[in-house]
Structures are given as structure tokens and as C-alpha cells.
Design a protein around this ligand. Structure first.
Ligand code: SF4
Ligand code: SF4
Length: 136
């Protein structure tokens, strides 16, 4: 990420455990994601939603296997270079950052989140990330 790297790495460093690739209400994808992932896995984008997605509230999300994990998780993300924005930005998602209780709840299942940071410092850091995101 292009924010304050030192601070962000204090707050979060992915441990590649895959917890966030399981459940969590699904990973929404855009038409651009469909194009990029299809190209990457050499699939026909016209069939991508049928073959690799489930619907949630009328929108496609990446499908999950019987084990509850994303279809593209196999010990690591098989589509890492083209994974959807939601996955690229996790856990710096506005809905998570905007409420410190949400952030703490996520920290309880994401071992990459440092939950030892004082709330005031954490709020300052997350506020900075959100303001950078809204500039885009
Ligand atoms: S749950 Fe957290 S530490 Fe584990 S893979 Fe996801 S982001 Fe990384
Ligand atoms: S696309 Fe990759 S990072 Fe995103 S949920 Fe699936 S396996 Fe995890």
C-alpha cells in the first residue's frame, strides 16, 4: 500500500493463514475482476459467474467449496496477482475501519492484525488510511 508504510506494517502484517478466505459473507467481484481473473486462469469470462461464483443479494461473489473456503484458496491464493479489490485491501476496508469495534472483532479472527495498539493511535492510523482512500 502507498500510505504510511511503517505505521501500516505496525498495525497489520498478513500471516497468510487463510482465515479471511473462509466465510465472512463472501467476496464481491466487479466486471473488471471477472475479466482479469478469467484471463489469469484462462477461462471464458462469459461463463465465469456460472462456473466460479455464487449470488449474494443479487450480486456475484466468489464461490466457496464444501470446506467453506473460497474456490481460489489452496494453501495460498491461486489468483493473488488479480485477486479482487476487497481481498487486496483487506483488512483496510471502510466498513471495518469506520467502527473500532468492527476492527477489534476482525482482529480476533485475523492473526495479522496487531490488537495491542492503543485505540487512539489506531484510530489516527485508520483515519489516515480512510482519508487516502476517499482521495481516489
Ligand atoms: S486472516 Fe489475516 S493474517 Fe490470515 S490470511 Fe487473512 S489477512 Fe492474512
Ligand atoms: S481471491 Fe484469494 S485472497 Fe480473495 S478470498 Fe479468494 S483465495 Fe482469498
Amino acid at each position: 500500500m502507498t500510505y504510511d508504510t511503517l505505521r501500516l506494517s505496525e498495525v497489520f502484517q498478513c500471516k497468510k493463514c487463510g482465515n479471511c478466505c473462509k466465510g465472512f459473507g463472501g467476496t464481491f467481484i466487479t466486471a473488471e475482476d471477472i475479466e482479469a481473473i478469467s484471463n489469469y486462469i484462462k477461462a471464458d469470462p462469459r461463463n465465469f459467474v456460472t462456473d466460479y461464483c455464487q449470488m449474494s443479494k443479487g450480486k456475484p461473489i466468489l464461490g466457496q467449496g464444501k470446506n467453506g473456503y473460497c474456490l481460489f484458496w489452496n494453501g495460498l491464493c491461486l489468483i493473488h496477482p488479480v485477486k479482487p479489490r476487497m481481498c487486496r485491501e483487506w483488512p483496510f476496508i471502510k466498513a471495518v475501519m469506520v467502527d473500532i469495534d468492527n476492527w477489534s472483532e476482525m482482529a480476533s479472527c485475523c492473526p495479522g492484525i496487531n490488537n495491542g495498539i492503543p485505540v487512539s493511535r489506531l484510530k489516527e492510523c485508520l483515519g489516515k488510511v480512510m482519508s487516502k482512500q476517499s482521495d481516489r
